[in-house]
Write a protein that binds this ligand. Structure first.
Ligand SMILES: NC(=O)c1ccc[n+]([C@@H]2O[C@H](COP(=O)([O-])OP(=O)(O)OC[C@H]3O[C@@H](n4cnc5c(N)ncnc54)[C@H](O)[C@@H]3O)[C@@H](O)[C@H]2O)c1
Length: 334
């Protein structure tokens, strides 16, 4: 697949996948905006980096996925519980019920609140007076839609890993359901927690860099430059279309770069054109490299390079910087 251009064909899928990610960013922004009813006390003028707000009591919170050895589970637990706003009380952490229980108990949960699957967890927790109020979903991609929908139907706020769905229609359906039930859905784009991105966004909003004309982003690294998924279950599903969705590198890392671009500039994507490859041929039809040209609603244009498969002298942090540097130096301005 390395020599083929995907300007047609799968591009429709990819574009729709992008739209899902963009819709997520528009509709579900702000992990802490859980609901009006939750009564935050927040001091005027204090931003998220100097937290002074408290809930009446921490949210009783559960996780689906994120079990022992997973990539992102521990990050959710560390971040969510840092300020005492969430308290992990239950989990369906793992595909393996025994491992789930062993893991849950090891991190301090009651054994009877470590569930074999999320159906059982939602049913049992709903019977308890102290049952869960919110849930994080940190499983492989293909489960996000069904789990988010079930959680909303059980009256739970949801923090879901990206991508929340594979299609725009599914994302719209979840949005409508959350609104109907006055519940929040949040998608975790963790890089936006960096202070410098908020600084950059404020500079754009204040007009300090003038009109945004060109937005170039890059999230490129070489950690997967060999077929390492052959020996890693946590990577194998990422190159399996039925589990990962219609994209590998764009959905896994490019989405972060694109979200940052929109977060910082406030621009909204209008259309794109993509060339993508599977340098590791066994990954086809999913790509491990992509070059994307974009046009934004305002008329701004740009590019994104998303790569997992070649050793390059750059890291995710540098890729964040690639968004910021032109901004802070005025290079993106008119
Ligand atoms: N926001 C980010 O920066 C970021 C970073 C990494 C991963 N992610 C996302 O997080 C999700 C998980 O990725 P990961 O790398 O941690 O995956 P992983 O394969 O390392 O871990 C997945 C975990 O989910 C569990 N699991 C799988 N199916 C399950 C099911 N049906 N019910 C309960 N548990 C189940 C597994 O046992 C495992 O503990 C993916 O959607 C990925 O895109 C996001």
């Amino acid at each position: 697949m390395t020599d083929k251009f995907d300007v047609k064909g799968d591009l429709e899928n990819i574009f729709q996948f992008h739209l899902v990610l963009i819709i997520c960013s528009i509709f579900f922004r702000g992990v802490l905006h859980l609901s009006n009813e939750l009564a935050f006390t927040r001091h005027q003028g204090v931003n998220m980096f100097n937290v002074e707000f408290r809930l009446a009591a921490p949210l009783r919170w559960a996780m689906i996925g994120g079990g022992r050895g997973s990539q992102i589970g521990n990050i959710h637990r560390n971040a969510a519980q840092r300020y005492g706003l969430f308290n992990l009380v239950a989990g369906a952490f793992d595909v393996d019920a025994e491992r789930c229980r062993d893991f849950g108990v090891a991190i301090g949960l009651d054994a009877d609140r470590c569930y074999a699957n999320y159906h059982e967890m939602f049913e049992c927790e709903a019977q308890r007076e102290d049952g869960i109020q919110a849930v994080s979903i940190a499983t492989p991609n293909c489960f996000h839609y069904e789990m988010t929908k079930a959680a909303l139907e059980h009256g739970l706020h949801v923090v879901c890993e990206k991508p929340i769905t594979f299609t725009v229609a599914e994302a719209e359906e979840l949005k409508a359901l959350a609104e109907e039930k006055n519940l929040a859905i949040c998608v975790t784009y963790g890089y936006t927690g960096h202070q410098i991105l908020h600084q950059a966004r404020e500079m754009v909003q204040r007009g300090e860099i003038g009109q945004v004309r060109v937005i170039n982003t890059m999230y490129a690294h070489g950690w997967h430059n060999e077929e390492i998924e052959a020996t890693s279950p946590g990577l194998k599903w990422r190159v399996t279309p039925a589990v990962a969705g219609p994209s590998y590198v764009l959905g896994d890392t490019g989405t972060h770069a694109q979200y940052l671009a929109e977060f910082v500039t406030g621009e909204k994507l209008k259309r794109l054109c993509c060339m993508r490859q599977s340098f590791i041929e066994s990954r086809a039809p999913l790509e491990d490299n992509a070059h994307v040209m974009m046009e934004y609603e305002s008329g701004a244009v740009g590019t994104m390079w998303s790569l997992l498969s070649t050793v390059v002298p750059c890291t995710p942090i540098k890729s964040v910087w690639s968004v910021l540097k032109p901004l802070l130096s005025g290079g993106m301005s008119s």
